[in-house]
Design a protein around this ligand. Structure first.
Ligand SMILES: [Zn+2]
Length: 314
């Protein structure tokens, strides 16, 4: 099958679309700012697909969306996209294009991309995790992305690891996401600046503690600032804590990690591995899952959605 497919990645900020070939190469791509009500967004998505079809023969469409997507491609709820509330995205895009269409959660789509063309290629059991605003995750088990009974499996950041911890974006207390997301690193850094423990980070934020973000920490750490490196180290401990629990439960061969901090080489993944190794059950008497950077960067969502679309053609 040599046909091209379209992959769409729908987030709260942007809608990205790419025409992808059988080898995972992006042939064409477009990006527009997200509109937040479904009527406008549907027109926007159909417009993007029509524009790409004008130049390419397309066989199927895949969509990865930030939200809770069921097995029929209905988006039940999306914290960052107000228009998605019980929205039958798959049915309406299939009807509007006349093409086979599949819709899944954006983290699951990214996992299909990493599995077919990125860091998890050739692996049958993996975790694919994005450390961003929140924590996105997908579980690859026996070569497939785990969906669960309703399609909502792998809301991977939302289990409690500290009953005295900070409140999660979902409302619960001490979830892993509240301690190990990119946003959590920013919060830890703001707390450190208030007690004078992060001078280099504070300087990068223009001296305003409220303006401190995770990106300031990584920038200062890259320059070797000890206060920033100490924050990264503490944060890495929280990331590893979740990885250890998930590895004990799921026994992955590999943990593929993406997100801004992972693009800094081993700045984060080095200390994460140090906290991880030795804590997995039976360490030393079993293969240890390797922790690696994702291979597709910010195109994992579109390439993965196009990969899901290709599966419709078999
Ligand atoms: Zn939560």
């Amino acid at each position: 099958m040599t046909a091209l497919t379209i992959g769409l990645d729908i987030g709260g900020t942007n809608v990205r679309a790419a025409v992808v070939d059988v080898d995972g190469r992006v042939v064409a791509e477009q990006r527009v700012s997200s509109l937040l009500d479904w009527e406008s967004m549907r027109a926007q998505i159909l417009g993007l697909i029509a524009a790409l079809r004008a130049d390419h023969e397309i066989a199927a469409v895949g969509i990865g969306a930030a939200g809770m997507v069921d097995r029929a491609g209905v988006i039940h709820y999306a914290p960052n996209v107000a228009g998605f509330l019980g929205t039958p995205v798959r049915a309406e895009i299939a009807q509007g294009t006349g093409l086979p269409t599949v819709v899944d959660n954006d983290a699951n789509a990214a996992a299909w991309g990493e599995l077919a063309h990125g860091g998890a290629r050739g692996v049958s059991d993996a975790l694919v995790i994005t450390l961003g605003t929140g924590i996105g995750g997908a579980i690859v088990s026996d070569g497939r992305v785990l969906r669960g009974a309703h399609g909502f499996a792998a809301e991977i950041g939302h289990f409690t690891i500290d009953l005295d911890g900070p409140r999660c974006a979902c409302g619960e207390i001490g979830h892993w996401e509240a301690l190990a997301s990119g946003n959590a690193l920013g919060r830890m850094a703001r707390e450190a600046t208030v007690i004078g423990a992060a001078p280099a980070v504070l300087k990068l934020a223009g001296g305003d503690p409220d303006a401190v973000r995770g990106t300031h920490v990584s920038e200062a750490a890259r320059a070797g600032a000890p206060d920033a490196l100490a924050l990264i180290d503490r944060y890495a401990g929280f990331v590893a804590l979740g990885f250890v629990g998930l590895a004990n439960i799921l026994d992955p061969e590999i943990i593929v990690v993406s997100g801004g901090l992972v693009e800094e080489g081993d700045l984060l993944l080095g200390p994460v591995r140090a906290y991880f190794d030795g804590h997995v059950e039976g360490f030393g008497y079993r293969p240890t899952p390797s922790i690696v950077a994702a291979g597709l960067g910010d195109r994992a969502g579109t390439i993965g959605a196009a990969t899901m679309a290709r599966k419709l053609l078999r």
